[in-house]
Write a protein that binds this ligand. Structure first.
Ligand code: NAD
Length: 273
């Protein structure tokens, strides 16, 4: 496993396991499988309603808590300083842990400055080892990062071969904020699993399309959290460090970038209302 050092010195596995859309009743089994496959970072959120299952799997795994990196996110209904502060304690209780390794603000809506103050406070108290944001587009990200005391360690944004965040990553790098990809496989959108360029490159290395797409992001220093509820796919997505894409292959995959979301148009009132 490769580790990345965040802007406060904390080390995070570059590859983790995401549990978005994993049923609360399935979460414990899935995280148990993922830990068995070798994952040591799990990405959940208050809005996924499966923090309990994640916590239970970690607790029962027998793996030292210090070896597992837990990420969660505060949902917007818990924004504002007071509510965010209380919700961090609720997440700690649901995850059955004394600290969360990385806590993010899920979306840049409502009183997110107030919520971020609660993150900063919990960080200073040792309840959170690192703090950051998610889905902060350049306008929100630069505004927040320029006006808070603790610069976000991470911005978790949609990042995959069709939406590579090339420019966004450059300015996040300037703040020392790591880009963490959600949807690293674009949830299969835009025909990702049948993409001829990815298939051809995969063939050369004896690797699947998913492995090529994930490996590409890690070679761009992006942290990734692919999701699957199937143990064999969890293993497939985990086995990406035994090959390396050449500079030419990197360029070919770079050219797949459409530089726009495969999920939302942030400028379309219909998708954001
Ligand atoms: P993903 O890109 O990881 O795609 C997951 C889907 O791809 C699976 O449901 C499965 O259908 C398919 N898949 C996975 N591995 C495969 C394989 N090896 N072969 C074939 N098909 C495969 O999408 P995601 O779950 O949306 O994103 C990953 C994680 O990112 C989430 O679980 C969550 O933790 C996080 N996330 C965060 C946000 C946010 O707003 N911060 C939004 C979405 C997701």
């Amino acid at each position: 496993m490769k580790y990345v050092t965040l802007n406060n010195g904390v080390k995070i596995p570059q590859l983790g396991y995401g549990v978005y859309q994993v049923e609360p009743t399935e979460a414990e089994r899935c995280v148990n499988d993922a830990l068995g496959a070798g994952y040591r970072m799990v990405d959940t959120a208050q809005a996924y309603h499966n923090e309990e299952g994640v916590g239970a799997a970690v607790k029962k795994s027998g793996i030292a808590r210090s070896e597992i990196f837990l990420v969660s996110k505060i949902w917007i209904s818990n924004y504002g300083y007071e509510r965010a502060k209380a919700s961090i304690d609720e997440s700690l209780r649901r995850l059955q842990t004394e600290y969360i390794d990385l806590m993010l603000l899920h979306q840049p809506f409502c009183d997110y400055f107030g919520a971020y103050r609660a993150l900063e406070e919990a960080y200073r108290e040792g309840k959170l080892r690192a703090i950051g944001v998610s889905n902060f587009q350049p306008n929100h990200f630069i505004d927040l990062a320029s006006n808070v005391e603790i610069v976000p360690a991470v911005n978790q944004v949609e990042t995959h071969v069709f939406c590579q965040q090339i420019r966004s990553k450059e300015y996040m790098d300037e703040f020392g904020t790591h880009t963490m990809s959600w949807g690293p496989l674009a949830e299969g959108r835009n025909g990702l699993f049948a993409n001829p360029v990815l298939k051809e490159i995969g063939k050369v290395h004896g690797k699947s399309v998913a492995q090529v797409a994930l490996r590409y992001l890690t070679q761009r220093d992006v942290i990734i959290i692919p999701k699957s509820v199937h143990r064999n796919r969890m293993e497939e997505n985990f086995n990406i460090y035994d090959f390396e894409l050449t500079p030419d292959e990197m360029e070919r995959i770079k050219s797949l970038d459409l530089a726009k979301s495969a999920f939302f148009d942030h400028n379309d009132p219909e998708t954001v209302k």
